[in-house]
Every structure is written in C-alpha cells, then in structure tokens.
Design a binder for this molecule. Structure first.
Ligand code: NAP
Length: 317
C-alpha cells in the first residue's frame, strides 16, 4: 500500500491537474487536496467539479503545509510558479511537475527552490487534445508511462516516493536523464504534433482544394491529424520554444528522410517506398504488443455511437 500524503497541492488544474486530482481520490492517496489556478473562473470550475478540498488562486497559500506539490502549468510558466511557492514550501516536501520538457523545467525551477525540499521532476506521458479542469478523468494515467528526471544528488527516498505515487495512479515509471528525455519526446511526441499542425495548416491554405472538400474527405488520413492539431496552442507553443535544440535536431533528420521519400516518388522507386512502409508496420505492431494502443480497426473508433466517436485519450502528449 502506497504511503498517503497529508496534503497534496496542485498548482494548475487543467487537463493534467484535474486528472491527477481524480486519480488521487480514486487511489485514496491524500488526506487533503489543495487546488490552485491562476484565474478565478478556473478555480470556480474545479470547485464545481469537486476536484479538491480547498481552492485558491494563490499558489503560496496552496503549498502551505503540503508534503507533495505538483506543478501542472504550461512549460513557460514554471519559473514564475517556483518563485511564487518557494518561501511557503514545507521543509521536506516533495516538489514535482508534469511538464512535457524536462531540461527547461529543471533550469526554471531549481534555482528558486530551497535546499530543504526534494525536487523530483516528472513527465506523465499521457494526455488528450482537450484542456481545462472539465477535461480530466481518473483513468488518464492507467497503464501509461511516467518519466522521472531527478537531477544528480536527489534524495533516493524522495525519488522512490514520487515513483510510488505515479505507480499508485496506474502508471509505469522510468527514470532517465533530462536531456535524453527531451530527445526521446522530441521524436515520439513533439515532432508528430508539429507535423499535424503543419499538415492541417497546409490543407487549410491549399487554394485549389476547397475547405468543404477537406472536411468531406477527412477520413482519408487527415482526420487523425486534425485531432492532434486541435491540441492546446499555449501548451504546444511552450513545448517547442523550450525544447528547441532536440526538436531542431530531430526535425533535421526528419527533413532528410522526407527528401529521400520525395526522390523515391519522383524516380518511381517503388522498392524504397514499399520497404519503408513495411518497416513502419512493424513499429505499429510493437506499440500494440507493448499495450500502448488498441489493434481495433480504424484506431478503435466506435461507429454509430456518438459518445464513443469522441477523440481517444492517450495519444496526445
Ligand atoms: P491546461 O489544461 O491548459 O491547464 C493549464 C493550467 O495552468 C490551468 O490551471 C491554467 O490556469 C494554468 N496556467 C496557464 N498559464 C499559466 C501561467 N502563465 N501561469 C500560471 N498558471 C498558468 O494544460 P494541461 O494540458 O493540463 O498541461 C499542463 C502541463 O502538463 C503542461 O506543462 C504540459 O506540457 C504537461 N502535459 C500535458 C499533456 C497533455 O496532453 N495535455 C500531457 C502530459 C503533460 P488558468 O486556467 O487559471 O489560467
């Protein structure tokens, strides 16, 4: 049985913060959940949804007496959050976050945090294209991976406790270096989002294909890109600005491979195309075998039942 926390403070209560609140309740992991958000209306929405036990717009008030603090704000906002909470953190508290980029979050938070707290950065790799407190659900983290990137010298007990926390929420946990995390996520998450944003942008700009045609024939692959490209603009702007080096590195490789495909098409090199398309099928099979995707046809969409035709979770971040 995972050790309960006396008070968990959630700084930011959007999709991820609210899902944590619900999953913490489901697992009975906290005596008290303190909810904070910047805007009054978000705090009010969280209260209406009953996500916590106390509600405030003041981050300093939320963290008072908390033994676990989880910052769930966009990647560009962590320095300001660390500055705001630092003076009121309880000695011995674990401070973690959920940011999609790790090196930047560490360099934004660490300088402000007092020496008597334990900073264990986390990235629960689970999300949807929805945002805000209404979007959260307790099952978001079930069977997904959470990556911890503790800086050198972090107390092993604090790492263990943070790992146990995410496991109690249903996740598997890996520990890696922050720079490696940023490179891995650049190719598995950040570049795919960039491609989706780009292709949807291009489609909406192609003059000789009407907008109506784009909507009508969207089932031809485009529809799945539109779901990803509906992801939160603030979150994704910050991800690209804060994982610049890794994204540019991976984008360079991606562009080279795309040029090779362009050449294969131009020169009728069917063998190159066929070989690549065969190799990529294996990757998909591997993901299904790893339990990270359904092998149902049409990406597991349930037809004829409006409720289930909603975008699926887990495939955003
Ligand atoms: P979200 O639903 O948009 O919620 C964002 C929360 O942060 C809200 O409480 C919002 O407050 C607050 N916030 C926004 N800008 C802020 C600022 N400048 N200063 C302080 N607070 C601010 O976002 P989310 O999807 O939960 O994402 C939160 C974090 O999780 C991000 O770092 C993201 O990279 C990471 N993440 C996201 C996913 C995903 O798929 N969405 C998956 C894994 C990790 P107000 O509403 O009061 O303004």
């Amino acid at each position: 049985m995972t050790e309960r926390f006396h008070r968990i403070a959630l700084i930011g209560i959007g999709l991820i913060g609210s899902s944590i609140a619900l999953a913490v309740r489901r697992a009975g992991l906290a005596e008290h959940i303190a909810v904070q958000s910047r805007r009054r209306e978000t705090v009010d929405a969280a209260q209406r949804l009953g996500l916590g036990d106390s509600y405030t717009t003041d981050p300093a008030q939320a963290v008072k007496d908390a033994d676990l603090v989880i910052a769930c704000v966009p990647v560009g906002a962590f320095a300001a959050v660390a500055q705001a909470i630092a003076p009121d953190l309880a000695p011995g508290a674990i401070v973690t976050d959920v940011g999609s980029v790790k090196q930047s979050v560490i360099s934004q938070m660490q300088p402000h945090l007092p020496d008597n707290v334990h900073f264990v950065p986390s990235h629960p790799v689970a999300g949807t294209e929805q945002s805000g407190p209404e979007a959260g659900f307790a099952e978001l983290f079930d069977n997904r991976w959470c990556i911890l990137t503790p800086p050198a010298g972090t107390d092993p007990k604090a790492i263990e406790r943070t790992q146990a926390f995410w496991e109690a929420l249903g996740m598997h946990v890996d520990i890696m270096d922050a720079a490696h995390h940023d490179l891995v996520l650049a190719i598995t998450s950040h570049i795919p989002h960039l491609i989706a944003y780009n292709i949807v942008g291009t489609a909406s700009d192609v003059g000789d294909v009407t907008r109506k045609e784009v909507m009508k024939y969207a089932a031809g692959g485009f529809r799945d890109f539109t779901r990803i490209a509906a992801s939160d603009p603030t979150m994704w702007r910050d991800v690209f600005l804060h994982n610049k080096d890794a994204v540019l590195e991976m984008l360079g490789r991606f562009s080279e491979d795309l040029t090779a495909l362009q050449r294969a098409i131009r020169w009728d090199d069917g063998e190159t195309l066929f070989n690549l398309f065969t190799r990529t099928r294996d990757i998909r099979r591997g993901i299904i075998e790893a339990g990270q995707e359904t092998d149902e046809p049409d990406f597991g969409r349930h037809h004829g039942d409006g409720d289930h035709d909603l975008p699926r979770p887990y495939s955003s971040d």
